[in-house]
Structures are given as structure tokens and as C-alpha cells.
Design a protein around this ligand. Structure first.
Ligand code: ADP
Ligand code: MG
Ligand code: MG
Length: 926
């Protein structure tokens, strides 16, 4: 009779077969129910049907599983009957059960629970008589029919617009009675609901509500298994990387009743504050209620602790008298129960050594615990709880570091909305959460006008169809950026993340009319100057002005960050183009600049004029004349970078983008340019025509520019070396690294290296002094990775430009991938967006190979990453394993990368640390 595999595990006061460590088999809920029983906490008895049974169900179907587990389930029910002293299906005094799903990883709201199972027209009478409470019995019955009708029989709204059909009936009956709350409905009303619910089911489903308790039980168990494979659950698992093969467990448990009158209640509790992390026991409960009533928002729940209750009253504008009479805390109302709950809470938190989120029910003055799990929490709470538990000696340093999800630090790094104000605000559109933070300001549609408005002291939100490099300055002064088009790696998104500026991209519902200077969403037209607010962490666009509060490196945050340095091996640098960015990066703990994009400086002030003059020049002499104007400006920028990063390396990349990016493409812009520069419009048009490329990303850019126009390289090298000497003379410690972009062959690098070394030598000769600098290259074409050993013989460092390397290895244009990548992700062809998280098997393998070859050719060669991936936790972990020296990311991601690097070292075991600067030989002075 007994099957070789055990599928059912008991829990309760008499016998408990599972434990917390058995989450894979019993699901999170089942494993922890068992663990609570082992700890001596009062839990209604029950049993867990394992996830393996779910897998059998998915593979071989219902009939097969029924045979497999029938006997074990029957035994389980018998044991519960024994412990509760009631029989399942006994009409005179029925044992009622709950059937609860519970997967390995918590899947909030994915699969529903059924309460009060076992009731029918006779049992409800028995229950009423036994409890001496008719209203309670009928309330339980109508809830059961409602839940079972929905979850098992599938009676759900048929369209998005339709309301829940059961709730419609409840509202109708309430209206008829002239009452507002469920609790105001009398026994007769509840009887009426039961009748109406049953008729509704018969009419819509074409079947009667099942009266046999065993039929009800099996229906519920299989519905839970079934729900593992519903679309909603599948989508959730895809989004959260949960394998389909895991399956869900089913918990069958004796019911306890919070709806038995005024000495009964149901509630939720947290051992610490999930919002702030404060070490304060808190939670909510409802008298005479069941299940999810507390979170459903039908009645105002009461607070568990007196302190919490007083704080709540202040926010809800309830005076102390009213609070004590109408919304007393559990601590005041049922002091004994409160003490028991407090004891359980402390026991559980100490046992699991993490913040607990608990569910409980009070039945006529007796406390029953129904669930405990490690609680979800905000980024701020993660940090505070980890640091405080470390101080309290509950966890060690490594555990504290692993407790914080790096990505969630975002929430601490950007301004946030005032929590109360945002609740009242109206969401008018949604887009991609491209760059986190909260922003509020007046709508402006043009970058130059953004600058003007800000000069006048206004705060603005830049709204564009999309952005381009010309918009940089406008973007940098705006509070936030909203674009109608573009994905997570659109220009707007990448630049905004770099700036640490709030950005929502691809908000399709937003229609921008540049001419009319309006933004239309649905039927509402917003004018230039109207107030708008953006939440870059959620992608929500709000109407009007919502106040924000600044975030910063608070005490606990600082402590956690300091701890990362103790464990991480990777250095974390920042991609920063201006001294201001560099300062921010340094404050966040960057130990160098891994990428300074010189072209971003070309847009500041009136330098764009000199840049354009160079582009329009007919010959080298003309270009040199224009470059001479740029030289002092670039030198000044570099001096600023070296000043901010005193003592730390600064990697400066030579000009990279195609030249057409510096010239306006619209006629009006070209006309202005013609006027400003005193050249005929025709000449500009012709040059634009000449610069046109079919595929600019693979066009005339990177070191190809320096090959065609060595005088550009020469000017930039001179600016770096002169700046370095100037700052050294002023007492700063300068570590300059000059980086040649987009190299594919050794000869390309050699040609550029020759210009740079000769220029440096010339400057040294002019000044009569010298200085060490590193000369290296980006590895961002697949060919460069393949011949990395040959390149390493010439280049003193490698910096992997993983954006371009990804683009070229995959053959995906970063600007066009948005069209098909979503399909690829949905269909599982790619698991992650390879522009966000490194494609480890392809692009990552090239990185590993190039590092290995580079090390062979030049032992100790410095290697780093400066693409977007440098700030992605999973990628950081990969780069740690690949043996890179550093990752470089946008300043606002530096803390995230530091934490990810520490976690990678803790999880992977840290290889021996290497010197921060690598062991590259000093540049020969030829
Ligand atoms: P979820 O996974 O959505 O949290 P649960 O299985 O925890 O669903 O059930 C939801 C609620 O139903 C619980 O919080 C609890 O209030 C109630 N509940 C579940 N089982 C029982 C039970 N045996 N007795 C009383 N209430 C129960
Ligand atoms: Mg629950
Ligand atoms: Mg590149």
C-alpha cells in the first residue's frame, strides 16, 4: 500500500515530520509551519503535500497523482481529526480545513488559499449549533463558497471591466440593507448571500457547488497544482527566474477562526519595520475577521503595539481618546495575547536571524500562528536591519553584506517622493523605469530652453520623443527626463543613469507635439510649463508637483559600504566626464575614473563652435587651427578631473563618436550654425551629407578618427599630459591613463600609440620634466579580444567596453534591439537583456579569453570594464570570477558595484588581492 516515495508530511503538536531546511520539498510556507511546530509555537495541525507531487501532476496528470497520494492524504486528515477532536465531514461538529499553496520561493498573490473547506448545507447548521453562533457559521460558509467558486470552479470576472461577481452581489445586499461593512450584515443576509452565490455558480459554470467534503478537498488540492501552471504564475516565474520545474506544495490545515466574535481576530505582524528597518515590533489586526480581511482594506485595521497605534493615530489625525475607544492596540485590548505574540516574534526572529513577517489568528482568546517568513523590505530597511543585526550580534559581517540586494541600494541613492504626497497624486502614464529617483518640475520640450529656464531659477522636466547628444546640457540641468520612445539602453536612459538623474523612457502613451509645445496623454493636453512628476524607479508619470526629499549616505549605509571594502577584491571606479561627476563618484567610494568620455566635454559652453569649425575645416591646417582653440579647454577639464581624483587613476578615452553627432541635423539648427560661424548654409549641408553613414556605430568612429586625423589624437594627448604636469606642479598626485577606443588590429593601436608617445615626449621636452602615465586600449571589438595577446605586448592596460563588445559580438545594434529584444526575452531565446547583464557564455567568454591572453603577454596587465555592465550585480560577479582588476560604472551605481563585488568575493571565495594600479611597466619615453 505505501508508495516508495513519501509525498505527505505532517505538522502539529503531536507529530512534525518537516523542518525549515526542507523548503525545496515542502515549499516556504510548509517548511516554516513545521519549524514553528518544532519550536513549540502553537500552530493548527495539518500536513504538507510535497512539491514532488506537483511535478508528478504536471507530468502525468491528476488521476496518476490521486493514486499516488490518496492514502497518505487520508492518513493526514485522520491525524488532524485526532488532534482537533473533530471529524472531517461530520455534519454535527465538522472539522474544517484550509488549503494553502506554498512554493519554494514566495510568489505573492499568485495562488489562492481556500478557507472553511468542508462546509455544506448540513454542516453549516452543525457548526452554528456547536459554536452557538449562527452568524459566524454562515459568514464562514459564504466565504468558503466565494473562495472555492473563484479558485477551484473558476468563477472570475470575464473582462477587465467587470467587477468580481461575488462582490457585486455582496454590494447589492449591503445596499439593500443600507449598511457599509461586511460585519454589519446579519445572519439572514449571509444566508441570502449563500443562496445567491450558489445560483450564480450554477448559472455561470453549469454545475452545482460540491457538497461532499472529500470532493471539495481534492478539488482544492488539484486546483493549487493547476494554478502552478496558469499564465499569471508562468509570467511571474519568468520575470523572477524561478524554474517551472520547482512546483508548489499544498498545505492542508485545520481551520481556526478569527471571525467568532469580539474575542477573535486575525492579523499580520513584523518583527521590525519593513519600511524603515527600525527594530520595532509592529503589525495590524482586525477583530471578528478572517483571512485576508486585514490587507483587503474593507475595514480600518488596528495596530498591534501601543506605540505603533499612537504613531498611526497621529498620521490618521485620530485623537487619543478616539484611538483608545475605537482603535485600541492589541497591547491594550488583549494584553495577554500581545505578550504571547511578542514572545513568538522574538523566538522566531532569533531563530531565523532575520526580520520575520508573520500571520496569526486569535480564536476566542487563544493565539494561533499561521505563517512566518523572512519579510520583504525596502532598500533602506535592508541596510538598517543588516547593520543593526550585525551590531546586535545576531549575524556576522558576511551575512550582513549578503542580506542587502545591491540593486535595492538605488532607493537610497536618489531623491524620493514625500510618501504622503505621492499617495494623493494621479498617475497619468507609465514608461520604463530607466533611471531611478523622483523628479518634479515644469514641462519643457527643448534642451536649450531647459537651460534657459533653469538659469531663470525654474525646475524643469525635459520631455522629448527621444534624446540625442545635443540634448546633454539640457538633460543635465533638468530634474528628470521623460521620453516617449526608446528602451532601457536608449540614449536618454544611459545618459540619465550616468548622471544619476531620474528618467522614464518609452512612455508610449505620451504624444509630444514639438510645434504646438504640448504633450498629450489620452484626452488631456499638457502645456509647456505645466507641472509634472516622475518616479524613475517605477516608471510612473504623475500630474502636478510632488515634493521630494534628498537621500544620502546615512550612518548605516556608510557602515555597510565600509564593510564592502573589507571583503571585495575588485576595485570600483566610475565613468565620469566632468569634475562634478568625479566628485560624486569619489564620495560614493569610487577609487578611480575608469572612463572619462572626452567628447562629452565638447558640448559645454561655446566649445561646440570650435568642434564644428574643426569638422568643417577643408584641410589639416584648418583643423589644427580649430583644435588649438579646444586644447586649453580640454586641458582645463582634465586638470579638474585630476584635482578631484588626487592620488587615484583617471582613464581618459580619446574621441570616440562619429563626427556627425556634433552637427545639427535639422535645417533650423543648421541655419543657426551657419549664422554663428559665418559660413554658407550650403557648406554645412554638404558636410552633413558627406558625414552621413548607413551604420554609424560601425562607421567612422573610435580610433578610426585618429587614424584619419592624427592631429585630433595629438591635441588630446597634449591636453592630458599638460594637465597632468600642471596638476603635479600644484602638488597633486596624478595617475593618468590614456585609452585608445575601438581598436581591432595591433597596427591601429601602434599608429595611435606613436602619436601619443611622441606628443608626450614633446611636452616633456618643452617642460623639462616628465611623468609616468599608462597607455592602453579598449577591448570592444571581437577581433581585439581574439588577438589580445598581441595587443597586450603594446598596450599597458585593457578596458573592456562591454557595450560595443556586446553589440558587435551579438550583431545587435544597441539602438535597434528594442524592436526585437522583448520577443527574444519573452520566448526565452535570451534570458536577460544582454545590454544590461553581460552575456556570460558569449561576450563573457571573450572577456575571459582576452584577460588570459593579456596576462600571458604582459603579466600583471591592468584590466577593467567600463561598459554599462560594470554596474550590474550579476555582471560584477562574473567579472570578479574572470579575474579583472576593476569595474567602472556610473557614479550613482558605485555603491551597488561595491556591494556586488563584496558579495561575489564572499560567495566565490576571494583570489589573492592585487595591487590597485596593476603592474604595467612605465611607459618608455621615446
Ligand atoms: P498567502 O500565501 O496569500 O499568504 P495563506 O495561505 O497564508 O495565503 O492564507 C491567507 C490567509 O488565510 C492567512 O493569512 C490566514 O489569515 C488565513 N488562513 C490560512 N489558513 C488558515 C487556517 N488554517 N486557519 C485560519 N486562517 C487561515
Ligand atoms: Mg500568508
Ligand atoms: Mg565603445
Amino acid at each position: 500500500m505505501s508508495s516508495p516515495v513519501k509525498y505527505v508530511y505532517a505538522f502539529g503538536a503531536a507529530l512534525t515530520e518537516g523542518e525549515a531546511a526542507m523548503k525545496n520539498l515542502l515549499g516556504g510556507k510548509g517548511a516554516n509551519l513545521a519549524e514553528m511546530c518544532r519550536l513549540g509555537i502553537t500552530v493548527p495541525p495539518g500536513f504538507t503535500i510535497s512539491t514532488e507531487a506537483c511535478t508528478e501532476f504536471t507530468d502525468k496528470g491528476q488521476a496518476h497523482v490521486f493514486e499516488l497520494i490518496r492514502d497518505e492524504v487520508a492518513q493526514g486528515v485522520a491525524r488532524v481529526e485526532g488532534e482537533m477532536g473533530k471529524r472531517f465531514g461530520d455534519p454535527a461538529d465538522p472539522l474544517l480545513l484550509s488549503v494553502r499553496s506554498g512554493a519554494r520561493a514566495s510568489m505573492p498573490g499568485m495562488m489562492d488559499t481556500i478557507l472553511n473547506l468542508g462546509l455544506n448545507d448540513e454542516a453549516v447548521v452543525g457548526l452554528a449549533r456547536k459554536a452557538n453562533n449562527e452568524r459566524f457559521a454562515w459568514d464562514s460558509y459564504r466565504r468558503f463558497i466565494q473562495m472555492y467558486g473563484d479558485v477551484v470552479m473558476g468563477l472570475k470576472p470575464v473582462s477587465k471591466e467587470e467587477h468580481d461577481p461575488f462582490e457585486v452581489i455582496i454590494d447589492m445586499v449591503k445596499e439593500k440593507r443600507g449598511v457599509k461593512l461586511d460585519t454589519d450584515l446579519g445572519t439572514d443576509d449571509l444566508k441570502e448571500l449563500v443562496q445567491r452565490f450558489k445560483s450564480l455558480i450554477r448559472a455561470r459554470i453549469g454545475r452545482d457547488f460540491p457538497t461532499d467534503p472529500w470532493e471539495q478537498l481534492w478539488g482544492a488540492v488539484f486546483a493549487v497544482f493547476e494554478s502552478w501552471n496558469n499564465d499569471r504564475a508562468k509570467v511571474y516565474r519568468e520575470l523572477n527566474d524561478i524554474p517551472q520545474s520547482w512546483g508548489t506544495a499544498v498545505n492542508v490545515q485545520a481551520m481556526v477562526f478569527g471571525n467568532l466574535g469580539d474575542s477573535s481576530a486575525t492579523g499580520v505582524a513584523f518583527s521590525r519595520d519593513a519600511g524603515t528597518g527600525e527594530d520595532l515590533f509592529n503589525g495590524e489586526f482586525l477583530i471578528n475577521a478572517q483571512g485576508e480581511d486585514v490587507v483587503a482594506g474593507v475595514r480600518t485595521p488596528q495596530q498591534i503595539s501601543r506605540l505603533g497605534s499612537q504613531r498611526w493615530a497621529q498620521l490618521a489625525l485620530v485623537n487619543e481618546e478616539e484611538r483608545r475607544s475605537q482603535f485600541p492596540s492589541l497591547e491594550e485590548l488583549m494584553p495577554d495575547i500581545y505578550q504571547q505574540l511578542l514572545k513568538a516574534e522574538t523566538l522566531l526572529e532569533n531563530h531565523f536571524r532575520d526580520m520575520q513577517d508573520m500571520e496569526f489568528t486569535i480564536q476566542e482568546g487563544k493565539l494561533w500562528m499561521l505563517q512566518t517568513r523572512n519579510g520583504k523590505r525596502t532598500g533602506a530597511a535592508m541596510v538598517r536591519i543588516a547593520v543593526e543585526m550585525l551590531k546586535q550580534g545576531m549575524i556576522d559581517e558576511k551575512t550582513a553584506l549578503l542580506r542587502v540586494a545591491p540593486e535595492r541600494l538605488n532607493e537610497l541613492l536618489h531623491p524620493v517622493f514625500d510618501t504622503h504626497a505621492v499617495k494623493a497624486a494621479k498617475v497619468i502614464a507609465r514608461g520604463l523605469p530607466a533611471s531611478p529617483g523622483a523628479a518634479t518640475g515644469q514641462i519643457v520640450f527643448f534642451a536649450d530652453e531647459a537651460e534657459e529656464w533653469v538659469k531663470q531659477g525654474k525646475v524643469v522636466i525635459l520631455v522629448r520623443l527621444e534624446t540625442s547628444p545635443e540634448d546633454l546640457r539640457g538633460m543635465s540641468v533638468a530634474q528628470g527626463i521623460l521620453t516617449a520612445r526608446g528602451g532601457m539602453t536608449s540614449h536618454a536612459a544611459v545618459v540619465a543613469r550616468g548622471m544619476g538623474k531620474c528618467c522614464i523612457s518609452g512612455a508610449g502613451a505620451v504624444h509630444v507635439d514639438y510645434k504646438a509645445r504640448t504633450m498629450t496623454i489620452g484626452d488631456t493636453v499638457y502645456q509647456e510649463g505645466d507641472w509634472l512628476s516622475l518616479d524613475g524607479s517605477t516608471g510612473e508619470v504623475f500630474e502636478g508637483r510632488i515634493p521630494t526629499v534628498e537621500a544620502g549616505l546615512s550612518g548605516d549605509f556608510g557602515a555597510l559600504m565600509a564593510l564592502t571594502d573589507k571583503y571585495k577584491r575588485l576595485h570600483v571606479r566610475a565613468n565620469a566626464d566632468t569634475p562634478d561627476d568625479a566628485k560624486v563618484a569619489r564620495n560614493f567610494g569610487a577609487t578611480g575614473i575608469g572612463l572619462c568620455r572626452t567628447e562629452h566635454m565638447f558640448f559645454a559652453g561655446d566649445r561646440i563652435l570650435a568642434v564644428r569649425e574643426m569638422i568643417l575645416a577643408n584641410d589639416e591646417a584648418g583643423r589644427r587651427k580649430a583644435l588649438a582653440k579646444l586644447l586649453p579647454m580640454q586641458r582645463g577639464d582634465f586638470e579638474g578631473m585630476f584635482r578631484e581624483m588626487n592620488g587615484l587613476p583617471v582613464t581618459i578615452r580619446l574621441l570616440d563618436p562619429p563626427l556627425h553627432e556634433f552637427i545639427p541635423h535639422d535645417e533650423a539648427g543648421q541655419r543657426t550654425m551657419a549664422n554663428e560661424m559665418g559660413v554658407p548654409l550650403g557648406k554645412i549641408k554638404m558636410r552633413v551629407e558627406e558625414l552621413h553613414e548607413f551604420n554609424p556605430m560601425m562607421g567612422h568612429r573610435g580610433c578610426r578618427l585618429g587614424i584619419s586625423y592624427p592631429e585630433i589624437t595629438e591635441m588630446q594627448a597634449r591636453a592630458v599630459i599638460e594637465a597632468a604636469l600642471n596638476m603635479k606642479a600644484r602638488g597633486f598626485e596624478v595617475k593618468a591613463e590614456i585609452m585608445v577606443p575601438l581598436v581591432g588590429t595591433v597596427r591601429e593601436f601602434d599608429a595611435q600609440a606613436k602619436v601619443i608617445r611622441q606628443t608626450a615626449a614633446a611636452v616633456f621636452a618643452e617642460r623639462g620634466e616628465q611623468l609616468e602615465y599608462l597607455l592602453g586600449t579598449m577591448i570592444e571589438t571581437p577581433r581585439a579580444a581574439v588577438i589580445a595577446d598581441s595587443i597586450a605586448r603594446q598596450a599597458e592596460f585593457f578596458s573592456f567596453g562591454t557595450n560595443d563588445l556586446t553589440q558587435m559580438t551579438l550583431g545587435f545594434s544597441r539602438d535597434d534591439a528594442g524592436k526585437f529584444l522583448p520577443d527574444y526575452l519573452r520566448k526565452g531565446i535570451y534570458e536577460h537583456d544582454p545590454f544590461r547583464s553581460i552575456d556570460q557564455k558569449g561576450v563573457g567568454a571573450l572577456v575571459e579569453m582576452a584577460v588570459r591572453k593579456g596576462q600571458q603577454a604582459r603579466p600583471g596587465i591592468e584590466t577593467g570594464v567600463c561598459g554599462e555592465h560594470g554596474g550590474d550585480p550579476a555582471s560584477v560577479e562574473f567579472f570578479h570570477g574572470a579575474g579583472l582588476d576593476y569595474v567602472s560604472c556610473s557614479p550613482f551605481r558605485v555603491p551597488i558595484a561595491r556591494l556586488a563585488a563584496a558579495q561575489a568575493a564572499i560567495r566565490g571565495g576571494a583570489p589573492a588581492p592585487r595591487a590597485p594600479r596593476g603592474g604595467g611597466a612605465p611607459t618608455p619615453l621615446n
